[in-house]
Design a protein around this ligand. Structure first.
Ligand SMILES: Nc1nc2c(c(=O)[nH]1)N[C@H]1C(S)=C(S)[C@@H](COP(=O)(O)OP(=O)(O)OC[C@H]3O[C@@H](n4cnc5c(=O)[nH]c(N)nc54)[C@H](O)[C@@H]3O)O[C@H]1N2
Ligand SMILES: Nc1nc2c(c(=O)[nH]1)N[C@H]1C(S)=C(S)[C@@H](COP(=O)(O)OP(=O)(O)OC[C@H]3O[C@@H](n4cnc5c(=O)[nH]c(N)nc54)[C@H](O)[C@@H]3O)O[C@H]1N2
Ligand code: SF4
Ligand SMILES: [Mo]
Length: 781
């Protein structure tokens, strides 16, 4: 069934809403049911807006607007049904007014006047700003070619006509740009999963959880990280339906606290060892689903290996220690993971005997030194237990997906990039320093680069400094004006990244413009937010000033095709109307702010399992490749043919632990979306920036609860208040990622930005960001 939202008139309704509380169309609804406020005819308009940051969710908010100001924000108040749960906003979305009216909003274009990174700027006109950008872009293109232009990763604006999409479009008109592949989110999962399952880390949708008897959440913390607006709704339903929930996480996360029957606090980076030992128990107890393995997989045992691979390379041989003499027993894993053998044994037996069972992994475990292996190993366990392609089961890889997206072209058309070379997203700092020397061994695709990076667009991104690793190293690279010639950045604030730009531009906020919003998971709805209030000062949407730059480069007409940002949005909606049955017209969608379609349960790889002849896995063999010949052929010690536990550099067994005895992870927390909302007073009140530390670790250091501590390693240092808690395993500390880098004169970050401590060493296969893998020392400040 499909629900269509029918046209209603907001303004007329606002005075009479009590009687028209819920307006039901024949096959659709639209609701203004809440609120005493709407009943007061004081000129208040209720405007649907869209929260468009990168948290995985995409929630509906409605702004009460009076005299040009937002007086109140409410969230989705349409009927809440299992078929279509409300899209309710979290604390961040609901506090957005703090952000909109913040005194530090960047309101005017500015150019750098001091040295790069000093943070000294002077106000300029939009005309001067766009001329400077156009001149420098032209100069770099002439001198170095299109490979020299890089559009930085950045996720602040997930709207349909974002600055980054606009920059892609312009650069494609100008002959292309150096692109990247992968993301800071799921570099390892996205890269590694296709080798075993033939596609990116697909898993069953969250609404299937109610069919699971056992749910193992590995490094998955949706209570804070959301992933899909209603992930927690479905976890709660699953728990109510009787599922046992196990959370594996070095921290007793909000998800563990809310849902878990059992918490398994392993040492960071050791998931693969835990999983391998579970495989050992399953094999020992003969609990594996041998029929599933024989039918759908290669590489599990010696009888099912691809042609031409020497004996002894199967997964089972590895687990039983036939080659290396080390059976991967729970006792072996206990020494590595810090989890006692009995717990590992019991978890293995539970997983193998409770059917169906979902092993769902967050992205935390793969943002680690050997992050590719935990993803591959999760899939092996799911195959061994026959849970892949089953309702209530799961693929063992990533978080939940939906994959039944609406038939909508969701973004501004960006054209085609004539430059085919791309770099791993994490290696852009390398591409500044030694781009032309980078090879396939660095993960460069269709290389070599013809130039190092000379021009950077940093739009809706704090990755230039704050969100990338090893800030002190990045800083030196950016400060050297002989390397990058020009950096343009746009944002709401002069963030740590903007301080390193040459021209900074004030962006309007999603609530200050019309915008379309889509959720991460390919879910079944679209939000149309409308401009609720005017943007302050001279704030503009990135599309507007990029069209001015296009104009100055003689590409104005080609870039805009005569269309404004809103014209493009209208075109997307008109197109959706053609392709998606029941999709409302622009004016109609403006009123309701939302088009929802009932979702189907998504079971990842269901087709491959139900009809393997017709739908083989998209791997070279057409099967689940527990052994990958492709990976084996790379002949790389850290890229084994079957997933194996390989100790992480800066992990618990790295000799460096003598000097830096604590593992430090950087979780994503509820009070921020990355660095966004760090400035928001209400959210600072809800949750300050603190480091979690176990009392045992604090004791020897003389650190009490609330004390300030210095955290450091060879790369840098920060100061942060300590929260003593039993909710983290001893030997591990957690510093929430995303705090704004705020150095003192000695370069010590006073706010607690973890990326002053992280490393730029990439993971072996995906060349991804191992930002949770660091060793540190902590001292009382
Ligand atoms: N509130 C909020 N929500 C967000 C975001 C945000 O910044 N704030 N960011 C969004 C984005 S872009 C992304 S990519 C996702 C990120 O989602 P994730 O990457 O899943 O989030 P993390 O907090 O990095 O990691 C999840 C959990 O893994 C645990 N963990 C760390 N290391 C290990 C390990 O070695 N093994 C195991 N088993 N667990 C480990 C952490 O303690 C944490 O509780 O979240 C999205 N949602
Ligand atoms: N140590 C460590 N580092 C990490 C991670 C980690 O787990 N640990 N996680 C990584 C992950 S998963 C990700 S996705 C990245 C995120 O990296 P980023 O996407 O760079 O991080 P954000 O903090 O979301 O920055 C987005 C910026 O966009 C701005 N913005 C918001 N809306 C708009 C708009 O409409 N227009 C413009 N022009 N600007 C806007 C915001 O103010 C903000 O400064 O960080 C990565 N960094
Ligand atoms: S930050 Fe994410 S979860 Fe929170 S309201 Fe916005 S879209 Fe929803
Ligand atoms: Mo991310």
């Amino acid at each position: 069934m499909m629900h269509q939202i029918t046209r209603r008139n907001f303004l007329k309704l606002s005075g009479t809403v009590a009687s028209a509380a819920i307006l039901m169309g024949p096959i659709g609804y639209f609701s203004l049911k809440s609120t005493a406020f709407a009943q007061v005819d004081d000129g208040t308009r209720i405007v649907p807006v869209v929260c468009n940051h990168n948290c995985g969710g995409r929630c509906q908010l409605k702004a009460y607007v009076r005299n040009g100001k937002i007086t109140r924000l409410i969230t989705d108040d349409s009927p809440d049904t299992e078929k279509m749960p409300q899209l309710r906003a979290c604390l961040r979305g609901r506090s957005t007014t703090n952000r909109l009216t913040h005194p530090d909003r960047l309101k005017y274009p500015m150019k750098r006047v001091g040295k790069r990174g000093e943070g000294k700027f002077q106000r300029i006109s939009w005309d001067e700003a766009t001329s400077l950008i156009a001149q420098n872009l032209k100069d770099v293109l002439n001198k170095y070619g299109n490979d020299a232009v890089y559009i930085q990763y950045g996720t602040g604006d997930r709207g349909a006509v974002s600055g980054r999409f606009s920059a892609f479009r312009l650069m494609n008109l100008l002959g292309g740009y150096l692109s990247y592949y992968g993301s800071y989110s799921s570099a390892c999962a996205a890269y590694a999963a296709p080798f075993i399952l033939g596609s990116a880390a697909d898993n069953n949708s969250y609404d299937t959880l109610v069919h699971s008897k056992l749910i193992i959440l590995n490094g998955f913390n949706s209570a804070e990280t959301i992933f899909e607006t209603n992930s927690n709704y479905w976890l709660a339903k699953a728990k109510a339906a009787g599922a046992k929930i196990v959370v594996i996480d070095p921290r007793y996360s909000e998800t563990a606290a809310t849902f878990a029957d059992q918490w398994i606090p392993l040492k960071p980076t050791t998931d693969t060892a835990l999983f391998v030992a579970m495989a050992y128990v399953i094999i020992q107890e003969n609990l594996q689903d041998q029929v599933f393995l024989d039918k759908y997989c290669i590489g599990f045992d010696e009888a099912h290996m691809p042609e031409g691979v020497p004996a002894g390379n199967s997964f089972k041989s590895y687990v039983l220690g036939e080659g290396d003499g080390q059976p991967k027993t729970p006792e072996w894993a206990e020494a590595i993971t810090g989890i006692d053998a009995l717990t590992i044994r019991q978890l293995a037996i539970d997983y193998a005997t409770t059917k169906p069972a979902q092993l769902m992994q967050g992205l935390g475990p793969q943002r680690h030194a050997q992050g590719e292996l935990s993803v591959r190993m999760g899939a092996v366990l799911a195959a061994m237990t026959g849970n892949i392609g089953k309702l209530g089961g799961g693929s063992g890889t990533g978080e939940g997906y939906r994959n039944n997206s609406l038939k909508i072209k969701p973004i501004l058309p960006i054209g085609t990039n004539a430059v085919k070379t791309s770099i791993p997203v994490f290696l852009w700092t390398d591409a500044i320093v030694r781009g032309t020397e980078m090879t396939a061994a660095d993960g460069v695709k269709n290389g070599p680069l013809k130039s190092n990076i000379k021009f950077i667009w940093n739009l809706a991104s704090n990755t230039l400094i704050n969100q990338h690793s090893d800030i002190n190293k990045t800083k030196k690279i950016l400060q050297d004006e002989n390397l990058v010639q020009f950096i343009v950045a746009s944002d709401h604030f002069i963030t740590p990244s903007l301080k390193f730009a040459d021209v900074i531009l004030p962006s309007d906020h999603a609530f200050e413009r019309d915008d379309l919003g889509y959720p991460w998971s390919g879910d079944q709805y679209v939000l149309l937010g409308s401009k609720a209030v005017e943007a302050p000062g001279e704030c503009k949407r990135d599309y507007w000033w990029i069209s001015q730059v296009a104009e100055k480069l003689g590409m104005g007409a080609k870039f805009t095709e005569g269309k404004s940002d809103v014209d493009w949005l209208k075109e997307i909606v008109a197109d959706a109307q053609k392709n998606e049955p029941g999709f409302p017209a622009w004016e109609e969608l403006k009123q309701t702010g939302c088009f929802k379609k009932e979702a189907n349960l998504h079971v990842a790889y269901a087709k491959e399992i139900s009809d393997r002849e017709r739908y083989p896995f998209k791997t070279p063999s057409g099967k689940i490749e527990i052994f990958s010949k492709t990976l084996h052929a790379m002949n790389h010690p850290e890229i084994p043919g079957v997933p194996k536990y390989i100790a992480a550099w800066e992990g618990p067994s790295d000799p460096l632990i003598e000097k830096y005895p604590l593992q430090c992870i950087g979780p994503h927390i509820k009070r921020r979306t990355h660095s966004i909302f760090d400035e928001t007073p209400w959210l600072e009140e809800a949750e300050g920036q603190t480091m979690w530390m176990h009392p045992d670790d604090a004791a020897g250091r003389g650190i009490g609860d609330g004390c300030k501590a210095k955290v450091f390693n060879d790369r840098g240092a920060l100061v942060i208040p300590v929260r003593l808690t039993q909710r983290i395993r001893p030997g591990v500390v957690a510093i929430p990622q995303g705090a704004w880098y705020t150095p003192n004169a000695e370069g010590v970050c006073q706010r607690g930005c973890i990326n002053i401590l992280t490393s730029q060493r990439p993971t072996p296969l995906a060349h991804g960001n191992a930002q949770h893998t660091i060793l540190v020392q902590v001292a009382k400040q």
